[in-house]
Every structure is written in structure tokens, then in C-alpha cells.
Design a protein around this ligand. Structure first.
Ligand code: ZN
Ligand code: ZN
Length: 597
């Protein structure tokens, strides 16, 4: 019997509803997923002019016989599934039998396929089969789609500019390569290689091809399960965070999905470890019984609802935070020598044409050409760690304080950075950021204890406000009372504070109270945690030592000790780094000390 089945009409309609070929990436997606379903070990994607002129996808999969080769261009034909329930139970990806006929109807499409016994070529122009014949071609399938939308000029207009079309394809192929480290992916545009993976199954190697070796070395494995979900994957050190959220890649049962709730859990887990405008590089796969998920099919993405989101959230949060809380996350400054290697890679000619990242220029080396990556990889290939998704992640056992060894201050630079040392290297500590972290954690803990201990004021404090602020505050007076202020209205635009929560700093009381009042006035939604945190961050920032505040040596040492004692000594509550280091090794390398040995 033919391998291609004609799809159940109900399913076809359900899928067709959202099914449109609207971008180059929709074509690439359909062809690549067909290749994966055909068991390909190698998939080559060649684009001319970002695919607008020509898209060719070649695989070494099972191929088709002549009957299937023709049938796959007819509506509602699919070799993969028969009804929606199969979607998450089967191995196949390309469930939308609708797409290939749609693609062929708006382009000049040539299919060449060899299933090991016969080879066939089918040419379809604007949806009309123009030729079917036997040819000579290697095992597998090659589909060439030329002149997309040539016969539908209105849709052609909707194609974005070449960079955006290409960026979408690159993002998609990157994610497929991350999803299938066992498949060799080769993506080229106008003959220039954009991504090449070796199909060795080593996920870290794929990461090094996409994000660079530097990132691959700074990935932390996570692995854990509860009764319902198993999560395996890699998360990046905070210092590798990027400005675009598409660096968070999530799979469910190995299928690429997009789920905003999952992304939110991940960014929440990294909260204060990175600035809120940046995102960690994360690649995780969630294994789950399909019964626990609800799928919403969309032409460009797969969205999923998890029926036990709370337990999933708890697990994912735990796996990420236990790693972040147990590691030394101090960014190490690179020596000039290593920096040069990186710069050299960026200077390779032609790179500009393929640098199409949507992200800021500092990350423009995301998509490096094959030449560069080889240059880079030749040097350090052996240094790419092996990633085994089944390996047990060692339980973090380090005590918090042991993450950073005791640091001894030696001086202050620019009135801002404490220089310190220990046997491992040299450290620069931003004194404001460090103090801010200490104070932030202190305020968070004190506000979180529900200790409603109040401090009475001998002389009640009068606070005068603008007319407008006063009117707003009058409506929100209970928020101040919730925070353990004893407060009353006192004449025109004035309130009287009789007592305040015990944790407010005596030495800058009025300033602190005014800050809290500002937050109460400006806050629109009262999420209790966010409200508390905003107060903690604001107070920590205002009450901490500033740049150019002079600290004596013993005070510096005390600050460094207290920083080591915090839950996260590496970043301030805004996600800025508190410490950077030159390791002893890097220093010796930079001063070429080995020369005199
Ligand atoms: Zn600050
Ligand atoms: Zn800060």
C-alpha cells in the first residue's frame, strides 16, 4: 500500500483553518519536517536570496515511490497521521499534508526522490503537474521551490525584506539543530554557509556552532523529574544572557514549542541574576504524558497548555535555581590573546552579509560563517565538553559561602571599584552594586518575615505632599498600614507618621519613607511580591554606599565578607554584576610570565 494516506477531512479542515504559507520560513519548515519524518540523517537547506528566489532542501531519507511522489502534491495527502490525537503520540513532525500542495501552487517546484528501488522527478508549476519522469538521483529526496508567490503578486508583497526572511529561517533551523543534534544540518544562503552541524549527537557542539564556543563552555546541565514531568537540558551562566528572548528554546517530547508561561518561569528563575531586559540561553526538553497537555495548532508555532502547570513550574524553578545558587558565577576577564581569536573570527570577510541577528551589535557574531566556525573550532574543538542528556547532574553541594573564597581588599579604583585578591586571582568589586545586593537581601528577608514589629517615633514625622499625590495616597492609605506604618491625615496635603516598620534605617528615615510613599503612589497593580521587591530594591539602592563614598580598609573587608554571605553575591538586584575577576592564570598569561620560567 502507498505510504501516503489521504487525510481525514475533519483533520484537514482543522489544520487548514490556520494553514497558510506566508513566509520563506513556512516553506523551509514544511520541507525540513518532511525530511526529518523521512528519517534523514543529513539535511541541506540552500537558499538563493534568502529563499525568495529559490529554496532547496535535500535529505538522505527514505525517499518515495512514483505514486507517492505525485500524490504528495494533492490536497490533504499526508503520510504521517490520521487524526489529531496522533499528533503527540507519533514521531512525525509534518502533520500538515496541506502545505506541500499549497507551496507548489504558488511556485515552480521540482521534486526528485529515490527510495532505493526507483527514482522519480515531478515538476509542478503553479499547482499544475507539468512532468513526471524517471531520472537518476541519489537516495533521498530533494525539493526545489523557485519563485515563491510568482503567480500571486499580492502575497509576494507581504514577504519581508531579505534580512528578516533569512533571520526567521536561521532562527528556525537553529532550533531544529538544537532539537536534533543527531542530524547533520547545513544551511546556506547564496552559497555561504550559515549553520553547519556535524550530527554527532553532542548538543554542546551544536550550541558552539550557533552561539559560539564561549557559550558552550558556560552551559550548565539540568536534569530532574517529578511524578508528571521530566526536564532535561542546558541553561547558561547569567553572564551569557542575550537581548532577544528567542534564545530560550523549549521542547515538549522533543517537539519545538513556544509557551510564554514557560519562558516566564525561566526568566523568573534568573530574576536579579540578569537585567530584566536580557534573557538566558536555555535549551530544555520536557517529557510528559500527552494526556497532560492540550495542543493549539498554529501555522508558525506550537503552543501548548499544561494541565499541571503548578508542578511543572515548581520543578523547572527548582532545577534552575539550585544550579544558580550553588555555582561560582563571577565572569572571568579574557586575556588579550583569547580576545584576539574572537575578533579575528569576526573580521572574516563576508560576515556582514550573514550577520542577520535581530539582536544588538554586541551579539552580532551569533551566526558565524562556516569558515570562521572552523577556524574557531580547529583551535579548540577538543575543549567542547560532551553533553550527555542522560547523565545525572551532580547535586549542588557547595555551601553558599564557599562559592567565593575570602577576598582581601588592597585598594579602591576611581572611588568606585574595590580591588581585592586571594590565591585564585584578582577581583574588582563595584562597591555600590555589592552593598546594594547585601541590603536588598536584608530588606527582602525582613519584609518577608511578617514580623509586624513597629518602631514608635518620639516626634511624629510630618510629610507634606503635592495636592495630587496626597489625593492618590489618601485612597491607598491601607497599603502603608499593611506595611506597618501608623499613619494619619494631618491637615492640608500632609500626613503624620507615628510609627514605622522596625526595619527602616534610622539614619535616613524620612528619605526612606518618602521613597516608599512614592512607590505606593505610583504602583498600579498590587502584586504583593513585586510591591515588596520594588521597595527592597529602591531602599537598597538609596541606602547603599555610592560611588566616591570613601570606605576604610576594614569596612571594605566587611563589605566583601557580607557579600559572600548573600544568596546571590554575583549581581545587584538590577542584574548588574557585582564582581569580575582576572584569574591568576589569566594574569600570568597576559604578562607572559612563562617566558622567564
Ligand atoms: Zn543602585
Ligand atoms: Zn543595582
Amino acid at each position: 500500500m502507498s505510504k501516503v494516506l489521504v487525510m481525514d477531512a475533519d483533520l484537514a479542515n482543522k489544520i487548514a483553518a490556520g494553514e497558510v504559507v506566508e513566509k520563506v520560513v513556512s516553506v523551509v519548515k514544511e520541507l525540513v519536517e518532511n525530511s526529518i519524518d523521512a528519517g534523514a540523517k543529513e539535511i541541506k537547506i540552500e537558499l538563493i536570496d534568502s529563499g525568495v528566489k529559490e529554496i532547496t532542501v535535500t535529505d538522505d531519507g527514505v525517499g518515495m515511490d512514483e505514486e507517492d511522489a505525485v500524490l504528495c502534491f494533492s490536497r490533504h495527502a499526508t503520510s504521517k497521521l490520521r487524526n489529531l490525537d496522533d499528533l503527540f503520540n507519533i514521531e512525525s513532525l509534518g502533520f500538515r499534508g496541506e502545505a506541500l500542495p499549497s507551496i507548489a501552487s504558488v511556485s515552480n517546484t521540482t521534486l526528485q526522490t529515490n527510495n532505493g528501488t526507483c527514482s522519480t522527478e515531478v515538476i509542478v508549476n503553479g499547482g499544475k503537474v507539468d512532468s513526471i519522469k524517471s531520472i537518476d538521483c541519489p537516495k533521498g529526496t530533494k525539493i526545489k521551490v523557485r519563485n515563491l508567490f510568482y503567480n500571486t503578486p499580492v502575497r509576494l508583497k507581504y514577504l519581508k525584506n531579505l534580512y528578516i526572511e533569512l533571520a526567521n529561517v536561521v532562527e528556525y533551523v537553529d532550533k531544529m539543530a538544537l532539537s536534533y543534534p543527531n542530524i547533520r544540518f547545513n544551511l546556506l544562503n547564496n552559497g555561504k554557509s550559515i549553520l553547519f552541524t556535524d550530527g554527532s549527537g553532542n548538543l554542546l557542539k551544536v550550541i558552539s556552532r550557533i552561539y559560539g564556543i564561549d557559550v558552550a563552555k558556560k552551559m550548565i546541565p539540568i536534569n530532574g523529574s517529578n511524578g508528571d514531568y521530566t526536564i532535561k537540558g542546558l541553561i547558561s551562566y547569567p553572564e551569557k544572557a542575550r537581548s532577544g528572548r528567542n534564545c530560550m528554546t523549549t521542547f515538549v517530547n522533543n517537539r519545538l514549542i513556544k509557551n510564554n508561561e514557560l519562558n516566564k518561569i525561566i526568566t523568573d528563575a534568573y530574576h536579579t541574576y540578569i537585567p530584566s531586559s536580557r534573557f538566558p540561553i536555555v535549551i530544555i526538553n520536557i517529557e510528559v504524558d500527552p494526556i497532560l497537555i492540550d495542543i493549539n495548532i498554529h501555522p508558525t508555532k506550537m503552543d501548548i497548555k499544561f494541565s499541571k502547570m503548578d508542578t511543572l513550574k515548581e520543578l523547572l524553578m527548582k532545577l534552575i535555581t539550585e544550579q544558580l545558587e550553588s555555582r561560582n558565577l563571577i565572569p572571568t576577564l579574557r586575556s588579550q590573546e583569547e580576545k584576539q581569536k574572537m575578533d579575528m573570527a569576526n573580521a572574516v570577510e563576508g560576515v556582514k552579509e550573514i550577520v542577520i541577528s535581530n539582536e544588538k551589535s554586541e551579539e552580532s557574531n551569533d551566526y558565524q560563517s562556516l569558515e570562521e566556525m572552523q577556524l574557531d573550532l580547529d583551535v579548540k574543538e577538543e575543549e567542547v565538553p560532551l553533553y550527555d542528556p542522560n547523565s545525572k547532574v551532580e547535586e549542588p553541594k557547595e555551601e553558599k559561602k564557599d562559592r567565593i573564597k575570602k577576598m582581601y581588599p588592597v585598594g579602591l579604583v576611581h572611588g568606585t571599584y574595590i580591588v581585592a585578591e586571594n590565591e585564585d586571582g584578582m577581583y574588582l568589586i563595584d562597591q555600590h552594586a555589592a552593598a546594594e545586593r547585601i541590603n536588598y537581601e536584608k530588606y527582602m528577608k525582613k519584609m518577608g518575615t511578617h514580623d509586624n514589629h513597629m518602631q514608635d517615633l518620639l516626634i511624629p514625622l510630618k510629610i507634606e505632599l503635592s495636592n495630587n499625590d496626597y489625593l492618590i495616597l489618601k485612597e491607598k492609605m491601607d497599603k502603608l498600614k499593611d506595611l506597618n506604618f501608623e499613619v494619619e491625615e494631618f491637615g492640608i496635603n500632609t500626613i503624620l507618621i507615628r510609627s514605622h516598620p522596625y526595619w527602616l534605617p534610622e539614619y535616613a528615615l524620612e528619605e526612606a519613607i518618602r521613597k516608599i510613599i512614592d512607590i505606593v503612589i505610583s504602583e498600579k497593580e498590587f502584586d504583593p511580591y513585586k510591591f515588596t521587591e520594588k521597595i527592597a530594591i529602591t531602599l537598597a539602592c538609596k541606602m547603599s554606599i555610592k560611588a566616591n563614598d570613601h570606605l576604610e580598609m576594614p569596612a571594605m573587608e566587611d563589605l566583601l565578607d557580607r557579600l559572600r554571605d548573600t544568596d546571590n553575591p554575583f549581581t545587584c538586584p538590577h542584574g548588574r554584576p557585582t564582581i569580575i575577576t582576572y584569574s591568576k592564570y589569566e594574569l600570568e598569561k597576559m604578562f607572559m610570565r612563562s617566558m622567564e620560567k
